[in-house]
Design a protein around this ligand. Structure first.
Ligand code: MG
Ligand code: ZN
Length: 379
């Protein structure tokens, strides 16, 4: 009887997933980088963050894709420790602050230190030094991960305040949801959508119109709202991440000859972990990996761009069941519906990639980028 109950619970914890989704085949996947290039300073930096993307997520996505992942292209792999100041399991706000600003802070904190003193991010410092700047996310533009790169708030959910910081940040190219925090505000009567337009920014809500209008020669900054609040999951039709990455790299290259800093987030990998939803997890991973492949195409041609792909933390305590067999449905188990304190991988390629080998703290992402981008004197 007890055995039956145990077996029932065990089966209840398993998710049997169909592996018949489309396999993406990568030919000549490895991105070889010369010894000279490895140690050279990059002109452009692209930081891609898979929110909640632990090593098990990457492994599951790899098996689900015929035992291949785009991350095999990267010649350098490191690990980052992602604990926050007040918890081993960080939240996305403290982790974004660590990577963007180089300080350990408390969970929920955006761009402020332990004493709630505002910290300047790598994106803002880059902008001040003449780099073009960009943010692309599958969440809203005011959500914790992107907000860590431009805003200051001891409380991550103060979205309308964070939207005010977005206006001050003068980001050249931004794509994400959250339009209602700009144009239908509860706290004040301001219409930040119109205020962005009156500053000369091209603001749009329409995908085709917008991407066609962002010609590389455009002199105007650009904000594209993909949803009123949070964009849909990939499984329900959200498919702009790769095309936004393609437009962003093209536009930002033309915008400043001094280089650019671009942060791209695959936000909803995390949400599938919270929901213990293996199918969503694989679909969000596939969407993010497709975006990595798109960015890598740009990096291979450009030869001046450092590309880093990492996560802020692991979500879900994901395990691939020991009972999983080759060519059979992948069995995923979740130990938790929360974040876990596991280290997360860092993949790097292009000029300066060698800086990202080894095991280091998440604040080192900021510190390494600062040296590589020549921003040491600005803080
Ligand atoms: Mg996020
Ligand atoms: Zn989360």
């Amino acid at each position: 009887m007890f055995g039956t109950v145990l077996r029932f619970c065990f089966l209840g914890c398993l998710l049997f997933l169909l592996t018949n989704c489309k396999v993406v085949e990568y030919k000549n996947i490895y991105h070889a980088v010369s010894a000279e290039e490895f140690n050279r300073k990059p002109k452009r930096v692209i930081l891609m963050i898979g929110d909640g993307m632990g090593l098990p997520h990457i492994t599951a996505s790899m098996y689900n894709n015929g035992n291949q992942t785009i991350l095999e292209a990267f010649p350098v792999v490191g690990l980052q420790k992602c604990d926050s100041a007040d918890a081993l399991a960080t939240d996305s706000a403290a982790a974004a602050t660590a990577m963007a600003c180089g300080v350990k802070t408390f969970n929920q904190a955006i761009g402020v230190d332990l004493d709630t003193v505002p910290q300047t991010s790598i994106l803002i410092e880059a902008g001040q030094k003449g780099y073009a700047t960009g943010l692309v996310t599958t969440s809203s533009l005011v959500h914790a991960t992107p907000a860590g790169f431009y805003a200051h708030s001891p409380q991550r959910y103060q979205y309308e305040n964070i939207a005010l910081d977005f206006l001050q940040a003068n980001i050249d190219y931004a794509v994400g949801g959250g339009k209602k925090y700009f144009d239908r505000r509860d706290k004040d009567e301001r219409n930040l959508y119109e205020e962005l337009e009156s500053k000369g920014t091209y603001v749009s809500s329409f995908l085709e119109e917008t991407f066609q209008s962002t010609s590389p020669n455009s002199k105007r900054p650009f904000v594209f709202f993909t949803a009123d609040s949070e964009p849909l999951p990939a499984s329900q039709g959200r498919d702009y991440l790769s095309s936004a990455c393609r437009s962003a790299t093209k536009y930002l290259s033309a915008r400043s000859t001094d280089g650019f800093f671009l942060m791209i987030e695959g936000a909803q990998i995390d949400w599938s972990g919270h929901a213990r939803n293996g199918e969503e997890l694989l679909s969000e991973m596939a969407d993010f990996e497709k975006a990595v492949a798109t960015v890598l195409e740009f990096v291979r041609k450009d030869k001046e761009t450092l590309l880093i792909v990492t996560a802020d933390h692991e979500t879900g305590g994901l395990t691939i069941s020991p009972n999983s067999l080759p060519d059979e449905d992948l069995q995923l188990e979740f130990a938790s519906n929360a974040h876990t304190p596991q280290m997360v991988p860092v993949f790097a390629t292009g000029p300066g990639a060698s800086f990202f080998a080894g095991i280091y703290d998440n604040t080192e992402i900021y510190k390494k980028l600062k040296v590589l981008m020549g921003l040491e004197q600005s803080k």
